[in-house]
Ligand binder design. Structure first.
Ligand code: ATP
Ligand code: MG
Length: 547
């Protein structure tokens, strides 16, 4: 048996169960998304946990759509969830829908009614809420709690047959209104909802509630370890009660772990969907979104996401992870793998006045200094180049070592230049710099020693592109709502210039634009309008700024 590389309290429980032969040594998990939105990085934590555990114990892991709320769920979400899990590199053993079990669930409900463990209640939602009690006060029995079993069965059948409108009746478990655990105070397990379901169509007008559905679905599929997030800890008593009362032979064990929270992000599908619907972002796959599809478009790799999930670990303590942890994983990977090219985001034109007209030369530079076998690329340079506006200051501050009037600077991989003249338009804006180069400095050891080195592209041999630069989605590290949405989370550079070596036919290739950051082609951009997305900066500059 391959043991998991990451030991945690859950694998300890499983090891122990295997030692005591609790599930005959079987391990089966499931990932149970509700198809009411796209998956986010929090789900990735759960996906990695469930699939990695099943893999390392030679067990099984099912994908099960928890589709019991027909109004909010749809096929687009189902397809995106399947795609995202596969993109992460996981394959489920079986795919199921909770709605596959609607018949079983109905029959179990009938069984519970017949045995006096469930009853039909006609109380209003307000009454139910009032009678439920509080953490310190017990609840009150409903007026319908002692309705005769025959009558309960009759009304439940009428509900199923569409005789009653939404909200008229509900089915509740009959447990204990004075239980210290509020989840045990006669929870609702069925409600009437005249709504077409994406899978069962109009077959049903009553739908089971999550707590009733989830444990029974686990038992039907013979799940051994049902891993969920901490907010379900208080539901475990109910989970076990239902499994016991329906008398199922399989007794899956619920284990809770801490949800992932990521600073400057929201991790709830409801709020992410609000960002999409209210057009704060361009869609679920906007590269700023913490969704898997957004992160894919942003340039994260499946490995970087899995690596992140493994680094944060599995515990029982909720905490919020710094964005830097996520960004470091992709940065470290790209430093090793990304091809180097040069790109200028805010171009400023330079004419090298002593460079021959209509001439050019080819310079060879490493494709990736971390990978010797990646070889070299040829970059051309000529009389006209672009540098980044940031790399020039008309009146330089102290310790500014880049280009300034009269100052000498090195063009990366090429030679040194000196700025002799600034060309301005009528409004005083700088439109061009006139520089001269020192031919001797082609050999770095022979030219003047200079402190500044800047990147550039050959104006006669480059690609025009738009580049999207991203920042934190929310300025508040722990946002509660959309109020602190960062309006500067997207900055568009419309006139960027990229070295000709960029491969425009490869949408997967990630590049390091030297001195600037890591970039990937936007998967929605055509060759008519070439767009690159910034994945991450070269260094963790955010940390410095925020301090
Ligand atoms: P959301 O509020 O984003 O809709 P959810 O828990 O309702 O979250 P589900 O589709 O029900 O979303 O989640 C599927 C699985 O993913 C569940 O087992 C859930 O516990 C887990 N999960 C959801 N969010 C996180 C998170 N932030 N960290 C870890 N696991 C999560
Ligand atoms: Mg949910």
């Amino acid at each position: 048996m391959n043991k998991p590389t990451n030991k945690n309290f859950i694998t300890n429980i499983i090891d122990n169960d295997n030692n005591t032969n609790k599930f005959s040594g079987r391990v089966q998990t499931r990932f149970p998304p509700e198809p009411n939105g796209y998956l986010h990085i929090g789900h990735a934590k759960s996906i990695c946990l469930n699939f990695e555990i099943s893999k390392s114990y030679n067990g099984k892991c099912n994908l099960r759509f928890d589709d019991t709320n027909p109004e909010k769920e749809n096929v687009e979400f189902i397809e995106s969830i399947k795609k995202d899990i596969e993109w992460l590199g996981y394959q489920w053993d079986e795919m199921h829908f909770a709605s596959d079990y609607f018949n079983n669930l109905y029959n179990y409900a009938l069984k519970l009614i017949s045995e006096g463990y469930a009853y039909i209640d006609s109380s209003s939602p307000d009454e139910i809420k009032r009678e439920r009690g509080t953490l310190t006060e017990p609840g009150i029995n409903s007026k319908d709690r002692d309705r005769a079993i025959e009558e309960n069965l009759k009304i439940f059948e009428e509900m199923k047959n569409g005789k009653h409108e939404d909200g008229k009746y509900i089915l509740r478990l009959k447990i204990d209104m004075s239980s210290p655990n509020i989840n045990m105070r006669d929870p609702i397990i069925y409600r009437i909802k005249n709504f077409k379901h994406h899978k069962t169509g109009n077959d049903w007008c009553i739908y089971p509630m999550y707590d009733f559905t989830h444990c029974i679905s686990d038992a039907i599929e013979n799940v051994t370890h049902s891993l969920c997030t901490l907010e379900f800890e208080d539901h475990r008593e109910l989970y076990d009660w239902i499994i016991k009362k329906i008398g199922h032979v399989n007794k899956p064990q619920q284990i809770e772990f801490a949800r992932l929270a990521l600073e400057h992000n929201l991790m709830s599908k409801r709020k992410l969907s609000q960002l999409v619907e209210e057009k704060y972002v361009s869609g679920w796959d906007d590269p700023r979104m913490p969704t898997i599809s957004g992160m894919r478009r942003r340039g994260f790799t499946p490995n970087s996401i899995k690596d992140f999930c493994s680094r944060i670990g599995i515990t029982k303590k909720n905490s919020s992870i710094e964005m830097g942890v996520l960004e470091n994983t992709i940065r470290e990977e790209l430093n090793l793998t990304a091809r180097r090219i040069m790109g200028v985001l805010d171009p400023l034109k330079i004419t090298i006045t002593n460079y021959p007209e209509n001439d050019s030369e080819e310079i060879f530079a490493s494709n990736n200094p971390n990978k010797d076998n990646e070889g070299k690329r040829g970059i051309t340079i000529s009389k006209h180049i672009f540098i980044d506006k940031n790399d020039f200051m008309e009146i330089p501050e102290k310790k500014y070592f880049r280009l300034a009037p009269g100052k000498e600077v090195r063009l990366r991989h090429a030679f040194n230049i000196v700025c002799n003249n600034i060309v301005k338009d009528n409004s005083g804006n700088i439109i061009e710099l006139e520089c001269t180069f020192d031919p001797v400095s082609r050999d770095m050891s022979k030219g003047n020693k200079v402190k500044g080195m800047i990147h550039w592209v050959d104006a006669n041999n480059c690609v025009d592109a738009t580049v999207n630069i991203y920042d934190r989605l929310f300025s508040d590290p722990n946002p509660l709502n959309l109020k602190s949405f960062n309006k500067k989370s997207l900055i568009v550079k419309k006139n960027a210039k990229i070295e000709k070596n960029v491969n425009l036919n490869n949408y997967e290739e990630r590049y390091q634009f030297e001195r600037v950051g890591y970039f990937i082609r936007d998967n929605k951009s055509s060759n008519k309008n070439i767009v690159y997305n910034k994945i991450v900066s070269l260094k963790d500059s955010w940390k410095k700024i925020s301090k």
